[in-house]
Design a protein around this ligand. Structure first.
Ligand code: DX5
Ligand code: ZN
Length: 236
C-alpha cells in the first residue's frame, strides 16, 4: 500500500514534535528528514542531534535523506541517533556499494537517491542491495519547487526494472508532490510519497496529509485494477 511521508523541511522548526504528530494523525506513516550540508546542496538544515531528539517524540520510522558530501563519515552517527532508513545520493558517493553496505551493517535500511539528471539504469547493479530508491523530482535543496515532468518516465522505468529483476525495493518520490501531481506519481509506480510544502504550508497539516493520502489511495486502486487487467490480457 502507498505511504505518505511528511517532510519536516517545510514544518515550523520551533514546534517539530507537534508538526510531526499532526501529519501522523492525517495518515503520515514515516517521517522524512532532509539533512543538508551547504556543499552537496546550496542549503543547510539539521544533523544527528535533531534526529536524536525526534527519535524521542515519534515511534514512526525516521527516513533520513542525506544531501551531504562524503556521507560515509556520518553513517554510524545517524544510526546512534535513531535513524531507521538512510538514503545517500548516487552523485555524492564515490563508492556507492561500500556506502550501502556500511548503512546495512549499522542496522539501517539502505536507500539510494538520484537527482533529476541521473539515469535510473545506472543503478541496476546495486538494486538488490537497497530497501528504497528515491527519485528526486526537483533539484534537491529546497521545498516548494515545481515537479519535473520527465521524472514520471524514471518512476515507470524503475517499476519495470523491479519487475524484470524480481526485486522488491520500494520506489520513493520527493519534490513537488502535491494534489496536482500525486495521482500521476502513484500511477507511474511510486510507493513512498514525500510531501513537504503540500502538507505544512496549508496551516492544517493533518487535513492536508489526509487529503493527499486519499488522492494517492484512489490512484493506487486504479493502478492495481489496470495491472490486473494487463496481467490477465497477457495470460490469455
Ligand atoms: C528537497 C527535499 C524535500 C523537500 C520537498 O531537497 O529533499 O524532501 O522537503 O519539498 P516539497 O514537497 O515542498 O517539494
Ligand atoms: Zn527529501
Amino acid at each position: 500500500m502507498v505511504q505518505l511521508l511528511p517532510s519536516i523541511l517545510s514544518a515550523d522548526f520551533s514546534r517539530l514534535a507537534e508538526e510531526i504528530h499532526a501529519a501522523e494523525r492525517g495518515g503520515g506513516t514515516v517521517i522524512h528528514i532532509d539533512i543538508m550540508d551547504g556543499h552537496f546542496v546550496p542549503n543547510i538544515t539539521v544533523g544527528p542531534p535533531v534526529v536524536a531528539s525526534l527519535r524521542n517524540v515519534t515511534e514512526r520510522p525516521l527516513d533520513c535523506h542525506l544531501m551531504i558530501e562524503n556521507p560515509d563519515r556520518f553513517v554510524e552517527e545517524f544510526a546512534r541517533a535513531g535513524a531507521n532508513w538512510l538514503g545517500v545520493h548516487y552523485e555524492a558517493c564515490r563508492h556507492l556499494h561500500r556506502s550501502l553496505q556500511l548503512i546495512a551493517q549499522n542496522g539501517m535500511e539502505p536507500g539510494v537517491v538520484i537527482n533529476p539528471a541521473t539515469r535510473v539504469d545506472l543503478l541496476i547493479d546495486i538494486l538488490p542491495m537497497v530497501h528504497h530508491v528515491l527519485v528526486m523530482t526537483v533539484n534537491p535543496g529546497f521545498g516548494g519547487q515545481k515537479f519535473i515532468d520527465f521524472s514520471l518516465d524514471k518512476i515507470r522505468r524503475l517499476a519495470e526494472l523491479r519487475a524484470e529483476l524480481g526485486l522488491n525495493f520500494q520506489i520513493e518520490v520527493d519534490g513537488g508532490v502535491a494534489h496536482d501531481t500525486i495521482g500521476a506519481v502513484v500511477q507511474a509506480g511510486a510507493d513512498l510519497l514525500v510531501a513537504g510544502s503540500a502538507v505544512y504550508d496549508s496551516g492544517d497539516p493533518e487535513r492536508a496529509a489526509r487529503g493527499l493520502l486519499e488522492a494517492a489511495r484512489e490512484a493506487e486502486s486504479r493502478r492495481n485494477t489496470q495491472n490486473f487487467h494487463r496481467a490477465r490480457a497477457a495470460a490469455i
